[in-house]
Design a protein around this ligand. Structure first.
Ligand code: SF4
Length: 475
C-alpha cells in the first residue's frame, strides 16, 4: 500500500530569499536553460554536414589542439516516465537496438576520420533514453569500436560517464560497466516517494537504487551522481525533504536537481499529468530553497542552477578555479573541448558552431545510408554570438562577471555595446536579483535561483512580444 510521507519540519526561507507573489508572477516566464547559446531553436538547415566538415577542417588548419568530448545518444527505453522530455523511443523490442548500433558505429567511424590525428578523447558520456537498454555484449562491442577509432586519455585523466537507470541494471552489471571503461556513473532517481513515483509512472524501489550505489563504490567508480526532479506531481515540501535525507545518507559525489518543466503541448506523455497535481510556483521556489539549504548544510557546494557537488569533486574544484563550463549535459569541467555527439538528435559543439543530428530514426538512417553525416541543422556563431555566449556561460557558472574581462577578450566597450541590457539589469537589481557597478555584475543568492532570467537579458534572439512556448518556465 502507498503511504504519505510523515510530517517533517521545514524551515521558512530567510528574508533574503523570500519572493513576493507579484514578483514571482512577473519573473516566472518561459525561458531557455542555456545549455547552448544561441539556443537549439535558432539552428537552421543552412548549416549542414558540409558546413560542419568545413568547420572541422578550419579547426585543423589553425593547428590548435583541443581535447575531445564524445557524447553518444542511446534513445531506447522500455517504459515511459510521464514527465520525460528527452528524445526517446519507447519499445520492448530489443531488436531495434541491433539496427541502431550498426548505424551508430558507422557515424562514429565517419566522425573519427574527420578528427583523425587531431585530438584525444578526455570525456565520454552515454546518455539517452536509457544507455543500459544495451546488453553487456552490445556495450562491449560499442566500446571496442570507439577505442578502435579514437585515442582515449588514461582512466586517471579521462572522465567516462554513463547514465544508469537502476531499474535496468544489477550490481553485477555495474561491475561490468566499470570494466568496460566507465569511471563515472549517474543514476536517475527523481524522487524516492512511492506516491510521486506512481504519479510519474516510474516505480523504482529505494533498495535497488541504494544497491546500485554500493555496487558502483565496490567496482571503483570515481564518482557517483544522483539525478532528482523537483516540481513533480504529488510532490510536497515534506516529501522532497524525505527524499533529500535519503540521498544525503547515500552520499553521492554529485547531485543534480532538475526543475520539472510541464509542457504537455510539446511532450505527449506529460498529458498524463494533471495540472492540479503540480506544486504552485511559490512552492517550487521553496523546494529549490530547501534543496540548497539541506544539501549545503550536509557539506555539498551549490554549483549553480541545478547542480551540487562535494567540495573535493572535480566540478566544485573547477568552479573554484574559474574553469567551469556549461554544455548540453549541464555543468562540465572541460571548457576547451570540442563536443562531438553521435546518435539520433545528438548536438555537437565544435569550434564556433553547433550542429544537430536528424531527430527521427528513419531520417537518421536515411542520411547514413547515403554515406552522409546525419546532420540536419546547426549554426555558425558570429562575433556577437560568441561574446554573448561567453557572458551567459560566465553568469551561469560563476554568478558574477567582470566587465573589464569582456573588454579584454572582445573589442567592445561594455557600457556602450550593452547599454540596453544594462537598463534591463537595473530593473532586476531593483528586484534584488543582482548588484551592478562600473566593474562587476554580481548575482545575489536570490538571483542564483533565477539565473535564467538574468541570462535572458543578454539573449538577442528572444522576442519579448511573443510567448516562446518551446521554453519551460523559469520557476
Ligand atoms: S526519463 Fe529516462 S527512462 Fe524515463 S522515459 Fe525519459 S529517457 Fe526513458
Amino acid at each position: 500500500m502507498l503511504t504519505s510521507p510523515k510530517p517533517i519540519a521545514i524551515a521558512a526561507p530567510p528574508a533574503a530569499l523570500a519572493f513576493e507573489e507579484a514578483l514571482l508572477r512577473k519573473l516566472n516566464q518561459p525561458g531557455p536553460r542555456y545549455t547552448s547559446y544561441p539556443t537549439a531553436d535558432r539552428f537552421s538547415e543552412q548549416f549542414d554536414a558540409q558546413a560542419y566538415c568545413q568547420t572541422v577542417s578550419e579547426r585543423r588548419a589553425m593547428g590548435a589542439r583541443h581535447a575531445l568530448s564524445l557524447y553518444l545518444h542511446i534513445p531506447f527505453c522500455d517504459t515511459v516516465c510521464y514527465y520525460c522530455a528527452c528524445n526517446k523511443v519507447v519499445s520492448k523490442n530489443l531488436g531495434k537496438a541491433v539496427v541502431y548500433l550498426t548505424y551508430l558505429q558507422r557515424e562514429i567511424a565517419m566522425q573519427a576520420a574527420l578528427f583523425d590525428g587531431m585530438n584525444q578523447v578526455e570525456q565520454l558520456h552515454f546518455g539517452g533514453g536509457t544507455p543500459t537498454y544495451l546488453s553487456d555484449r552490445q556495450m562491449s562491442e560499442l566500446m571496442a569500436h570507439l577505442h578502435r577509432h579514437f585515442q582515449f586519455a588514461s582512466d586517471q585523466l579521462g572522465e567516462y560517464s554513463i547514465e544508469v537507470d537502476p531499474r535496468t541494471v544489477t550490481p553485477k552489471r555495474v561491475v561490468t560497466l566499470r570494466r568496460q571503461g566507465f569511471n563515472r556513473l549517474s543514476l536517475g532517481v527523481q524522487d524516492f516517494d512511492p506516491v510521486v513515483q506512481k504519479a510519474v509512472n516510474r516505480i523504482q524501489a529505494e533498495e535497488d537504487t541504494l544497491r546500485i550505489i554500493d555496487a558502483a563504490r565496490f567496482a571503483g567508480f570515481r564518482s557517483v551522481s544522483i539525478d532528482l526532479i523537483y516540481g513533480l506531481p504529488k510532490q510536497s515540501l515534506a516529501s522532497i525533504a524525505q527524499t533529500l535525507e535519503k540521498v544525503i545518507a547515500a552520499s553521492p559525489d554529485r547531485i543534480a536537481i532538475y526543475n520539472y518543466a510541464h509542457m504537455p503541448h510539446l511532450f505527449k506523455s506529460q498529458r498524463r499529468i494533471a495540472d492540479s497535481d503540480l506544486p504552485a510556483p511559490a512552492v517550487k521556489i521553496d523546494m529549490l530553497f530547501l534543496c540548497i539549504q539541506r544539501l549545503t548544510e550536509a557539506g555539498y557546494v551549490y554549483i549553480g542552477m541545478d547542480h551540487f557537488a562535494k567540495p573535493d569533486d572535480d566540478l566544485a574544484i573547477a568552479q573554484r578555479q574559474g574553469r567551469l563550463h556549461r554544455n548540453f549535459q549541464g555543468y562540465s569541467t572541460h571548457a576547451e573541448s570540442d563536443l562531438v555527439a553521435c546518435g539520433v538528435s545528438a548536438i555537437s559543439a565544435v569550434g564556433a558552431s553547433y550542429s544537430q543530428n536528424e531527430k527521427t530514426l528513419e531520417a537518421y538512417y536515411r542520411r547514413l545510408d547515403l554515406q552522409q553525416l546525419p546532420i540536419a541543422r546547426g549554426i555558425k556563431l558570429n562575433m556577437d554570438d560568441l561574446l554573448r555566449r561567453l557572458i551567459i556561460q560566465h553568469l551561469m557558472c560563476h554568478f558574477e562577471l567582470s566587465l573589464a574581462s569582456i573588454e579584454i577578450a572582445y573589442p567592445v566597450r561594455f557600457a556602450e555595446y550593452f547599454a540596453a541590457e544594462l537598463t534591463q539589469l537595473r530593473l532586476l537589481e531593483a528586484d534584488g536579483l543582482l548588484t551592478l557597478d562600473q566593474e562587476w555584475i554580481s548575482v545575489t543568492m536570490k538571483g542564483r535561483l533565477l539565473i535564467r532570467n538574468i541570462c535572458m537579458v543578454f539573449d538577442r534572439y528572444l522576442d519579448p512580444h511573443r510567448t516562446p512556448l518551446r521554453y519551460s518556465k523559469t520557476i
